[in-house]
Design a protein around this ligand. Structure first.
Ligand code: NAD
Ligand code: UDP
Length: 418
């Protein structure tokens, strides 16, 4: 294994490696056969292997060529809208660790710029950040003019179901106009790839579980849910009309947990609506008691069932989707994937497992059903497994541990020994 200083210099200073200084570069060379074997291992453990024949004296040119090949699927960047949010920030970590160049655009309406520090602390790379609103097409256009990305992951949206019932127009305005702006600019600036954050909410309560991508979409229960359905339709119609654009919609099930480092996680504003932040805040004494909504459902233990997916697994699905698009593996110009574990877990199972893995006891009471709650929902993720090569890998234990560790960090508890 040889790495001569001149070659190292070229590797470090050729343009594409500015993306990949985080990569460990190993080079095996068998001089007898004049074949160079390059193994590039990046921080997330994924590797690329290239074999080049080299008979010429100027081997550095081959290295240059080789790095170009290696970064051919990632040398352009990714614009991540909503990238300082919960799912966006974890996805940015995955993207940076996979060697992509990332630009975040977020209006910080539901997140904080300090999230960028967390991302940098985890990856050693500070992603570009632009504070801007996706509803403002003029501001967005300035980013497109620079042409530093050929893919977009569009997370930016308002997401509180209850609030959307009270402020439907705000939700339609934000979630739909933002998407229309993004697609319009993708057309104008020839940006080909879009990954969109959709939701299992589009299935409503399916008659048959688990939900597959063919499960019929039902009328949405809330304006928020309706924006996801409408956005999917806008994308489907746009992709049909403008063949320069391809898109993948990922229908998320219930993301929970935090990065194992506890440097980033969910930052709910005000009283949490979702189960996990309510659980962790109750455990931390911020909330007095967790209300469990309903124990009389037609499920094995009477409690609602969901498919809780680890946030880091969910983030990894975006990288898999992007890779599929960039590498030209799509079967159709618009594809949809369920991103869940395939495992249905009841609310009480979450509470009991949380108590067990974190060695604490949670104050809870059982109350009446929450209006509009779906009884049971879990995914059939086999299409994503087969086509994206993506799997939910984290155990519920690990996920619930990370959720608590993150909450402790938010509360200022020293978790450095854990
Ligand atoms: P989040 O609120 O943490 O992140 C969304 C980010 O978008 C925030 O940082 C917010 O400031 C930003 N944003 C909102 N409107 C914007 C605008 N007009 N311009 C620029 N930035 C804007 O939410 P999240 O949980 O990370 O969700 C990300 C996406 O995934 C959303 O589209 C959401 O609807 C979808 N989704 C979330 C869940 C879930 O349970 N968290 C489930 C299914 C789908
Ligand atoms: N839930 C609960 N108490 C809470 C919040 C949620 O019992 O304070 C239950 C809720 O009824 C549902 C499950 O937890 O069955 C997941 O709720 P969440 O809002 O997190 O996700 P969604 O219902 O949107 O899938």
């Amino acid at each position: 294994m040889v790495l001569r200083s001149l070659e190292l210099l070229v590797l470090l200073f050729c343009p594409h490696t500015s993306l990949g200084l985080a990569n460990i570069i190993m080079m095996l060379r068998t001089k007898a056969t004049c074949v160079n074997l390059f193994i590039f291992v990046n921080l997330s453990g994924k590797y690329s292997l290239y074999i080049l024949s080299n008979n010429g004296p100027n081997i550095t040119l081959f290295y240059y060529f080789c790095t170009s090949l290696i970064y051919s699927d990632m040398r352009k960047g990714v614009l991540v809208t909503g990238g300082t949010g919960y799912i966006g920030s974890h996805t940015v970590v995955e993207l940076l660790e996979a060697g992509y160049y990332v630009i975040i655009v977020d209006n910080l309406s539901n997140s904080d710029e300090s999230v960028i520090d967390g991302i940098e602390a985890i990856t050693g790379i500070r992603p570009d950040f632009v504070k801007a609103d996706c509803r403002n097409i003029e501001t967005l256009e300035k980013l497109f003019e620079k042409g530093r990305f050929d893919s977009i992951i569009h997370f930016a949206a308002a997401k509180a179901v209850g609030e959307s019932v009270e402020k439907p127009l705000e939700y339609y305005h934000n979630n739909i106009l933002s998407l229309i702006n993004i697609i319009s600019l993708m057309r104008r600036y020839n940006v080909p790839n879009l990954v969109f954050s959709s939701s299992c909410t589009v299935y409503g309560q399916p008659e048959v579980l688990p939900a597959t991508e063919q499960t019929p979409r039902l009328e949405a229960e809330s304006p928020y849910g309706n924006t996801k359905r409408i956005c999917e339709d806008i994308i489907r119609d746009s992709v049909k009309a403008y063949d320069s654009i391809s898109a993948i919609a990922l229908r998320y099930f219930n993301p929970i947990g935090a990065h194992p480092s506890a440097l980033i996680g969910e930052l709910p504003r005000g009283i949490p609506n979702n189960l996990l932040p309510y659980v962790t805040q109750t455990a931390a004494g911020i909330r007095e008691v967790l209300s469990i909504f309903g124990d009389d459902y037609n499920t094995p233990d009477g409690f609602c069932i969901r498919d809780y997916i680890d946030i880091n697994d969910l983030a990894a699905a975006h990288v898999a989707a992007l890779k599929r698009m960039i590498c030209g593996k799509m079967k159709e110009n618009f594809e949809v994937f369920n991103i869940g574990t395939g495992r249905g877990v009841s609310t009480m199972e979450i509470v009991k497992t949380f108590e067990k893995v974190n060695g604490l006891s949670l104050k809870y009471r059982i109350t009446g059903r929450r209006a509009g709650d779906i009884e049971a929902m879990w995914a059939d993720p086999s299409y994503a497994n087969e086509e994206l090569g993506w799997y939910a890998r984290k155990s519920l234990y690990e996920t619930l541990r990370s959720a608590w560790k993150w909450q402790q960090r938010l509360c200022g508890v020293d978790i450095s020994d854990e």
